[in-house]
Design a protein around this ligand. Sequence first.
Ligand code: FAQ
Length: 326
Amino acid sequence: MYAQGLIGSSQDTEETPEFLAAFQARIDADEKIEPKDPMPAAYRKTLIRQIGQHAHSEIVGMLPEGNWITRAPTLRRKAALLAKVQDEGGHGLYLYSAAETLGISRDQMTEELLSGKAKYSSIFNYPTLTWADIGAIGWLVDGAAIMNQVPLCRCSYGPYARAMIRVCKEESFHQRQGYEIMLTLSRGSDEQKEMAQDALNRWWWPSLMMFGPSDGDSQHSDQSTRWKIKRFTNDALRQKFVDATVPQGEKLGLTFPDPDLKWNDDKGGYDFGEIDWDEFWRVVKGQGRMNVDRIAARRKAWEDGAWVREAAMAHVEKRKTQMAAE
Ligand code: FAQ
């Protein structure tokens, strides 16, 4: 299943009860697991799945905002958006590299994305209709990404944890630039404020869906938490996000599209309405408004880039021949 010759592609150690107990003891002691360490096949598989999907999300996530680079309202906005979209591309690359340390190749991950076998975040299957969507994505989507990713800096797998440190620093700048766009619009003309409100109305629920199914329906949470890949459950992170974000929205003078959203003194957090899980699963299964376009764009990019990969490989072969002759 895994590419030959890559780090971590060696046979996993026989999974005796003693081996599994010793592995769990390392995790419980907060030791980092590194690429050449023996690890259970299921731990490797779950990391390849999560890191691969995370990488795909960063790369597909460049598309909705990339759509606005040529239409940014000022040079300053354009420069910031260009930098942000490039950062997301960089995050995808660190993450593909982290997944490669587990013995899967970038080509295999790409094939899995294009064939629909590997998922990417549901959020990127919604269209960016106005400039305010760029504000809402930075504020809400990067905000949700940070809430989810800060705990991943303490993930048990070393290369993933280390990649997350830089990613989170950059996401923090993205969140602020998004919030600043929302602040400018919500203090602007009536039309601008309306645009900001409309963007919040459309992006709020999909942002809550980014945290994944509720705890009762999450297939992987229990095992991933035991392995300290995940440090909090999907619902716990979603609640933290709501609690952090609602006061920010109030400061903007905007309202959230949820009549059930209200502060609950007893729990020390906000109550909020039920997520439309049918919509979530429809989008995850490929029936969102932009799923077909997103995969078509990635397929085109992969095909258009074939000559670059071929040229790079030809260069490697040439260097190998030269070095053998030296
Ligand atoms: N969309 O059992 P669980 C970003 C799938 S990066 C699509 O709870 P798990 C930066 C899940 O894969 C955003 N599928 O799964 C940016 C699983 O299916 P599988 C991405 C989803 O892994 C900002 C099934 O449902 N972030 O935004 C979603 O324990 C702005 C059952 O779910 C990450 O990937 C979903 N929302 O928990 C870029 C962070 N939720 O694999 C550009 C790392 C769940 O069995 C612009 N990942 N599924 O076929 C994670 O923390 C976890 O993987 C979760 C899901 C929390 C996403």
